[in-house]
Design a binder for this molecule. Sequence first.
Ligand code: FAD
Length: 341
Amino acid sequence: MSTEITTDVVVIGAGPCGLFAAFELGLLDVKCHFIDILDRPGGQCAELYPEKPIYDIPGFPVITGQQLTDNLMAQIAPFEPEFHFSRMVNSIEKLDDGSFRLETDADEIFHAKVVVIAAGGGSFQPKRPPVEGIEQYENKSVFYAVRRMEDFRDQDVVIVGGGDSALDWTLSLEPIARTLTLVHRRDAFKAAPASVNKMKELVAEGKISFQLGQIARLEGTDGQIDHVHLATAAGDLAIPATRLLPFFGLTMKLGPVADWGLELNDNTIVVDTEKFETSVPGIFAIGDINYYPGKLKLILSGFHEAALMAQAAKRIVSPGERVVFQYTTSSTKLQKKLGVV
Ligand code: FAD
């Protein structure tokens, strides 16, 4: 049975612009839930350039993609937004009462008064490893993201890759998997050094295995794998496996956003510049995904768009309630919401 969640606002995309929207909405007492395909917040900043310096965030002469994400997460924490990672919003439907029904590919239904699309360049989609016939196992025993850790309990898990996702999931699934083997084509990793060190400790303690090699073929029946075959320096190596998690990186595609019936301009969503509302009232678009004359795909543009969007969203969520403009510096009310007084 589908899980149903009701909230004021659903924000599609937890990139920097979506995250800041939670701050602006929070100041106005509007609750929001995030849905993102990735397994962590930060969008392009966290996924494409976590350690690169950004020099044009106002007030920060230099800040890395990950630091900006961490700061935004700290800034919105007082408003307790809820995050639903590793799932994609497939459809948005406007209901007769003006509210929205959204469906994810994780069998969830969200009901919201307002939808904010902060989907950036579109969906990050996993790169499929070049293994013949892998499609027949996908979403049965081969997964490109971990939706529910319980699905991996007492399983023989093989994780392939050398980046943050591969290493993070190796560390997270080790306590619950029956066996866990990390496979990478070389003995050098792109992941955070602390995760690599921890993984090496687990290998030394015999809690997990590490294998150099490349995934060559899968063996199994009816979508259920039983062995992953690796091409190694010593030849073919068959590892008993009931779950395979290949982390081969991500590509960006517009994805389902194109099918939501919104006015588009060259793969971006047309919005007004007063409220950043789309051609469907109640659906807003901020950040890289939107289009208006003069648009600059910069993080700071998305921050401004989030502030104006929030004012308009508040009027939909709480019709008739007066929206008072206040400064965080001088408003005790706002400071109370932020938990600083
Ligand atoms: P994104 O960061 O793209 O986040 C969008 C999120 O939406 C993603 O996490 C995605 O998974 C999710 N999503 C999409 N579709 C769906 C769906 N259907 N369901 C669920 N989730 C979905 N900008 C600057 O201002 N200064 C810089 O110096 C700078 N340097 C950059 C360097 C590089 C290498 C790159 C690649 C970009 C740089 N940018 C820079 C651009 C900046 O990263 C983007 O402007 C910014 O990330 C846009 O933020 P966003 O929140 O709109 O979208």
